[in-house]
Ligand binder design. Structure first.
Ligand SMILES: *Cc1c(COP(=O)(O)O)cnc(C)c1O
Length: 399
């Protein structure tokens, strides 16, 4: 018996920790080596002219797929579970979002997008999709089944993202999906925060589940990658769209994605724990008005998180009690262990100040004080908290 061999084991019986280590691997198809080799490939040669003419053989061209791309696609498909019919690999999370949207829409269609969606997602809808005759309406992320009143006869897709980028609203995706499906619309979700390890979105009614693989799949802040997982209904259009646009991922980046996947379960478990530890510490601080972390009972979306998710990553937002901007800057500049920078999902901790109220259109986000998004990395939480204490001391010195 060849083992461990991806696809041969009864996947329903395997836990996610096992699936991430076994998924997409077939060592004995590669001389026994544990990892699938990295195929740097464009041209593929045929043995004979007839083979070429008849298109014989499993592969045909680098862009069409290699054992390396198949390994990553299969691994993600196995993690997503039986509801997943196929995976498209894209060169970034944003490419995954735009490709998934293009696969679901055509000229004349109407699209519903959560007001809390990732900023560049909105930009794509407002620019490119508008140019191609697709109109977008932004909706309150908390809308739930009331999405029905925004559905038009030509509404072809509903885009969800939970929790919301920066602002962490939880969405009742199963309720939204039920309404959308009854009207024949496709449901897309940006599932980057939870990943399929903590929410198998395709099992919650989502038809196209998107991830920025740049975040936790990569896990080391050295990779751009996007993935779209599709169900039976959407997979062919997704694959055709990605292929038609010539989108593919470089072999070394796919290999980094595979390498990241193998440790995803243990890293996420640590991000979950450490994130909650630091979030709870923030909740006790007098400087903090509130902490927006769905796994905290104080979060308005906590019940949805408990129902639909099995874990949390290291990303959340804190709202400070009102203070002058220079005090917020003193706090952030007083930190040594938190990088100031966008993106997240790597091994390191990050913090960024933000304000989203200038681009929201369906709802207002006015939390009552300055907002800072934190990513809690894999450092020791005692060290991370001591650093935050120094930041608060620097803040106090300015007031
Ligand atoms: C970062 C991010 C993206 C974009 O991913 P890239 O890989 O940076 O293109 C999309 N959605 C969410 C929720 C993100 O956080």
């Amino acid at each position: 018996m060849n083992r461990p061999e991806s696809g041969k084991l009864a996947q329903a019986d395997l836990k996610l920790e096992t699936l991430v280590t076994v998924g997409g691997r077939n060592p004995h198809a590669h001389h026994g080596y544990v990892n699938t080799p990295v195929y740097h490939a464009s041209t593929l040669l045929y043995q004979t002219a007839e083979d070429y003419l008849r298109g014989r053989g499993r592969y045909s061209y680098g862009r069409r797929g290699t054992p390396t791309s198949e390994a990553l696609e299969t691994a993600i498909q196995e993690i997503e579970g039986p509801a997943c019919a196929g995976v498209a690999l894209l060169p970034s999370g944003l490419a995954a979002i735009s490709t998934a949207l293009l696969s679901a829409l055509k000229s004349g269609d109407h699209l519903l997008v959560s007001d809390s969606a990732y900023g560049p997602t909105r930009k794509f809808c407002d620019s490119t999709l508008t140019r191609f005759g697709v109109s977008t309406t932004y909706y309150d992320p908390l809308i739930g089944k009331d999405i029905a009143r925004l559905m038009r006869p030509n509404t072809a897709a509903v885009f969800c993202e939970a929790p919301g980028s920066l602002t962490f609203e939880m969405q009742d995706i199963p309720a939204i999906a039920e309404v959308a499906h009854a009207r024949g619309a496709v449901v897309l979700a940006d599932n980057t925060w939870a990943s399929p390890l903590y929410c198998r979105a395709l099992e919650k009614g989502v038809d196209l589940s998107i991830q920025s693989g740049t975040k936790y799949i990569g896990g080391h802040s050295d990779l751009m990658l996007g993935t779209v997982s599709a169900n039976q209904k959407t997979v062919q259009r997704l694959k055709d769209t990605a292929y038609g646009m010539g989108l593919c991922v470089g072999p070394d980046d796919m290999n980094l994605g595979l390498r990241g996947l193998r440790t995803l379960a243990v890293r996420l478990a640590r991000h979950h724990q450490s994130g909650l530890t630091v979030a709870k510490w923030f909740e006790q601080r007098p400087e903090v008005l509130k902490v927006l972390h769905p796994a905290l009972p104080s979060h308005p979306g906590h019940a949805i998180w408990k129902r639909d998710y099995t874990g949390a990553c290291g990303l959340f937002t804190i709202v400070l009690k009102p203070i002058p901007e220079k005090a917020v800057m003193a706090f952030l500049n007083g930190l040594s262990l938190y990088g100031i920078g966008a993106s997240w999902g790597g091994f390191e901790s990050l913090a960024i100040p933000f304000d989203v109220d200038d681009y929201r259109t369906a709802t207002k986000f006015q939390p009552g004080g300055p907002s800072i998004r934190f990513h809690i990395g894999l450092e020791d939480t005692g060290d991370l908290i001591a650093d935050l204490e120094r930041g608060f001391a620097a803040m106090a010195a300015v007031r």
